[in-house]
Design a protein. Structure first.
Length: 491
């Protein structure tokens, strides 16, 4: 019997209630609202909030423009979330974007997305987050026997292995870990706010910034560039689509998870930005190389530097765990469709997770960590220079909403984007702007004597070669269906 993606017992031809074999096991609706929100908050809030506000402050030059940028980032993210809520509720699948792209454009485009996500988007992010974790842990507990690069790599590799093992143990262990890490991470951000309140209470609040002059950098074209960094800091909420097949009552809860997560993130970002502004002032923010460290040093002395190192390390490890969970599900979905990748398409029903996909993802991330330790900053640049690939597929996912409404008008849509087509057009415009901005940035950079724009082209080119070498997919796109109501377990 051929394996079918996202099928229940009824879909695979088994009698109702019959146990599924290993090949027929599929995701179950086991995730509650709280763990799902913790997962998305953990994916989004990474090390960016400790750095991006400085760049946004410098590019806007005025508190009103600065806070306006962060509010607009939250609004645009909510608009995108509403678009994804329609896709994820109408086409519930562990494949997330892969599944949407497959139904809208066919197997070739979806395969290239799965390849890009496996080779650089997910595994590259995991490896980079591993180095962030290692860099800051080295400041707290330096590994003096190793060079700084290999010390960071060892810390990063250890975090990836431990968290992979946690998630291989099962979805309950992975999401429980995520919930605790997210709570600690949010607590760390609130500590920054407390530090600012402490400074204000002691009369050491930064002086109010001088009124903006006509020659200052706020608004105008620099506001558009500031929005690039704001939207990058908000990036990751779309990962909710990868748990749509495992979320309890996804038809109602998917919208709640997306919107609630983004609202929590927006409020936290505004609070932290306010704390930076109150403690350092707009000019101090723009000049700071380490915002949180500077603020905590003012509030708590030299101990503040250690505190911020631990905070950023926790933020990094929180994002690693969340990315491990959602990243493996794309590989699983591709494995269900392509025979040559069938090993990845095994779902462990007892553990509620794609164990093989997690193992392969862990190995790939460790390989990238080793490459990063060997090449140094060149690896970081290589991963960052593939940003246009991400925004290209993100834009295609947004357009797929229009394609699928036309192609499959009779598909039940438990949630429909309000103000259609205005909101989806705004979302696609945002993605197109980010694609153009990332292309402009990459085109102006070089790596190893080559224009950095060729890196993204090379990633897709390798994927095309791989696509040509493997056999045809297992089933045509039209046969991919939404799961029926499965057995449930509480988490």
């Amino acid at each position: 019997m051929n394996k079918q993606p996202q099928y229940s017992a009824a879909d695979t031809g088994q009698p109702s209630g019959a146990p599924l074999t290993i090949d027929e096991a599929v995701p179950r609706e086991v995730l509650g609202l709280g763990p799902a929100i913790a997962l998305i908050v953990g994916v989004v809030i990474g090390a960016g909030i400790f750095k991006a506000p400085a760049m946004v402050a410098g590019m806007t030059g005025d508190a009103t423009w600065m806070f306006g940028a962060w509010i607009l980032g939250g609004i645009m993210s909510v608009i995108g979330a509403l678009c994804y809520a329609e896709l994820a509720t109408a086409y519930s699948s562990a494949g997330g974007d892969y599944h949407f792209l497959r139904r809208a454009y066919g197997t070739s485009i979806s395969f290239l997305f799965a390849w890009a996500r496996f080779s650089v988007i997910s595994t590259g992010s995991i490896a980079l987050l591993g180095f962030v974790f290692g860099d800051y842990m080295s400041q707290v507990l330096p590994l003096t026997a190793l060079s700084p690069a290999w010390g960071s790599a060892l810390y990063g590799a250890a975090a990836i292995v431990v968290l992979s093992l946690v998630n291989i143990r099962g979805i309950k262990a992975g999401t429980l870990t995520q919930s605790w890490l997210t709570m600690i991470e949010v607590g760390g951000l609130l500590l920054i706010v407390v530090a600012a309140i402490f400074l204000v209470g002691n009369g050491t609040e930064a002086a109010a910034p001088a009124p903006q002059t006509s020659g200052s950098s706020g608004g105008g074209g620099s506001f558009g560039l500031a929005m690039v960094f704001v939207l990058l800091t908000f990036g990751g909420w779309n990962e909710a689509a990868y748990i749509s097949a495992e979320l309890k009552d996804a038809r109602r809860n998917m919208v709640r998870v997306l919107v609630t997560s983004i609202l929590i993130i927006t409020v936290l970002y505004l609070m932290v930005t306010w704390a930076y502004w109150k403690g350092l002032g707009i000019e101090g923010m723009a000049k700071s190389e380490a915002l949180a460290a500077d603020l905590l040093r003012l509030a708590f002395g030299s101990a503040g530097e250690k505190i911020i190192s631990v905070m950023i390390a926790i933020a990094a490890v929180t994002s690693i765990n969340a990315t491990l969970i959602v990243g493996a599900r794309t590989s699983y979905a591709a494995g269900r469709d392509w025979p040559v990748l069938s090993l990845l398409g095994r779902w462990d029903a007892a553990r509620g997770t794609p164990v093989n996909a997690l193992w392969v993802q862990c190995a790939a991330a460790l390989l990238l960590v080793a490459i990063g330790a060997w090449t140094g900053s060149g690896f970081k640049s290589m991963v960052e220079f593939t940003a246009p690939v991400f925004w290209l597929f993100f834009l295609l996912s947004g357009i797929s909403l229009f394609v699928l409404r036309v192609r499959e008008p009779n598909t039940e849509r438990p949630f429909k984007v309000p103000l259609f087509p205005l909101l989806p057009i705004l979302f696609c415009a945002m993605c197109a702007y980010m694609l153009w901005s990332s292309l402009s940035y990459v085109y102006s950079q070089s790596l190893g004597g080559f224009n950095a724009a060729w890196i993204g082209v090379a990633v897709l080119a390798v994927g095309i070669v791989f696509l040509m070498l493997i056999r045809a997919p297992r089933i045509p796109p039209k046969q991919s269906v939404v799961s029926t109501k499965p057995l449930r377990r509480n988490i």
